[in-house]
Design a protein around this ligand. Sequence first.
Ligand code: DGJ
Length: 733
Amino acid sequence: MYKVYSNASWKGIIPLLFLIISISTANAQSITIPVETKDNALVLQVSPEKYLNTVYFGKRLSDKNEYNATAKAFRLDGNTEGYNSAYTTAGSRNLLEPAIAVTHADGNQSLDLKYVSHLVTRINDDVSLLSIRLKDSVYDFEVTLNYQTYFNEDVTEQWSVITHHEKHDVTLRKYASANLYLQAGSYWLKHFHGDWAQEMRPEEEQLDHGIKTLDSKLGSRADLFEPPVFMVSLNKPSGEDDGEVLYGNMEWSGNYRMDFEVDPSNNLRLIAGINNYASAYVLKPGVEFTTPKFVYTLSNKGKGEASRNLQSWARKYKIVDGEGPRLTLLNNWESTFFDFDEHKLADILKDTKTLGVDLFLLDDGWFGNKYSRNGDHQGLGDWQENKAKLPDNIAFLTKAASGDGVKFGIWVEPEMVNPKSELYEKHPDWVVKQPQRPEYYMRNQLVLDLSNPKVQDFVFNVVDNLFVKNPDLAYIKWDCNSVIYNAHSAYEKEQSNFYTDYVFGLYKVLDRLRAKYPKVPMMLCSGGGGRVDYGALKYFTEYWPSDNTEPLERIFIQWEYSYFYPALASSNHVTNWGKEPIKFRVDVAMMGKLGFDIVVGKLKPDELEFCQDAVKTYKEFSEAIWHGDQYRLQDPMENDVASIMYVDTTKTNAIMFNYLVNNRYAAGSKLPIKLKGLNPDKNYAISEVNLFPGTQSSITNAIYSGKFLMTVGINPDVKDGRTSVLIGVKEQK
Ligand code: DGJ
């Protein structure tokens, strides 16, 4: 029997839905709920006692009725202790790591959630939302589990909505977004660690019994040490094109926690959500707490397919303007640091034009008067143009930019403040700090308290005023250079709500900005990659992977990010870090969203000519790089030569990037490298592109079938003296 669900809490979402597919209430004994995507199924089942359990997560079956047999096949049917609970509660019969733990209004710490009903709604041909309502039988406390599937991309986003109608506040001691359950012979977790300039260093390990936790407690710049992404391979570490692997990303720009627990039955329990560290959340009666989303994709064809699933989902549904173009740019951070004035900038604007890129990006140092921002020790928070550097204001620069036929963008770090600033003097209560303890700084600065609506207004206005005063402003770089020390809010009544409310406050500001400026390109920067996650990328067009732009380092850093994020979102700037020649530096930056941060005037004539040509070549292949499919061909961790390629969606145009990553004697490409993603029946013309003026390619232009290129491959002839080689692959009709 299907019946329309009538709880008031559903009302908000119903207008958004195109079609309600099925609604179920009674007869819990027979309820099996498959959450299907193109290749996979996550199957939930209601037990006779009305507990909601996961009974299968793997390849989709063609006959839905057969999902009823999975619990028995995996011996999950007799488990009454809830190891495979779809949302494990604390304080009742489960004794393993919980997804949710609460203290009720009367001080009782038990929770026992049972299935009430579920609703499947089809949002469009690709996207469906399953919502399952669970309720405690003793307390007026409930949780709705949400599973939003992206069928063609094989991606699912999961989150929970928690609410209660108890007499007083309830404290949520843990409130995860998702609780998955996987069955395999062994589990191999690949995760990443890092620090400033060392982002995304991979580690892969076999999970044994007990709990492995990935988490962050850094508050604002939360991903610095451990980004919220991982992959778990089942049975063996998966390869690029083989093996079963689950990718996950916690869509949260603050403290997160992901627990991986191999349970007594040798199954893997995965719980992902906001970190409950110092963050027990006090929830008022009748208020809904919506957790952030946890996004995942499962592939049975290895890491490459999982990446392409996530990348195409991100372009289509998550990143701002993910299917649109990107602006190439010239940034002045490394070429001037804080030392510039409007004349120097006017010259750089001319260089922007000379180089042939789309936009000039003015970095840090343009503001502050009482405390001029001539270094990183003062001025942050005082967002007025510095009169000595910019006597004619930003308007002078936007005007000069349009005279030169380029666009203009600007750097901000609106969440932060230097103690030496007028903002701090006026509003010390807006600053995150312990009232009775000495201040402690990262990069001489402190974090503003975004849980306070007045601070949210201030931050919104900083950016909004820039656009209002300068309607031609075409780009924002949003930085965030400090973690949160001494977490304390002068605004919050419940201090333990602070870490969570900080991020909600940030998202409120970004929501307001995006409502007013839906498409303006914004770079998500955090002193490097300290804040790269899909919760933040929902508001940004691109991210800054690392301040480390040494190109050899960047090959590795960009490679690891590429597992989770699409290339068009990776801001890659050519700088003077390292000793590699300009060709190598440009070739590496071209693997994502190309930018420069060099003194154009110091380039030799042939270097300038090379850069100008490279910008044109980049535009020629940008459709493949930005919106095409990415194939990792040779891993820099395992080979002398790293190789990666991008193929446009029509399989007519592709580009292959190859780099020497080992400088031992005679290192190079010894064998042909097999291409991927082409049409075997098409013919393709192969030629080396991005040649430095005056050099000859050792690769003969030729035409090969897609079949040949993917079976035999081509040797890019990478070696000492040819350390980076780009090969264009174009369909020949
Ligand atoms: C850190 C960023 O990562 C750099 O690119 C630059 O914008 C500086 N901040 C400016 O202070």
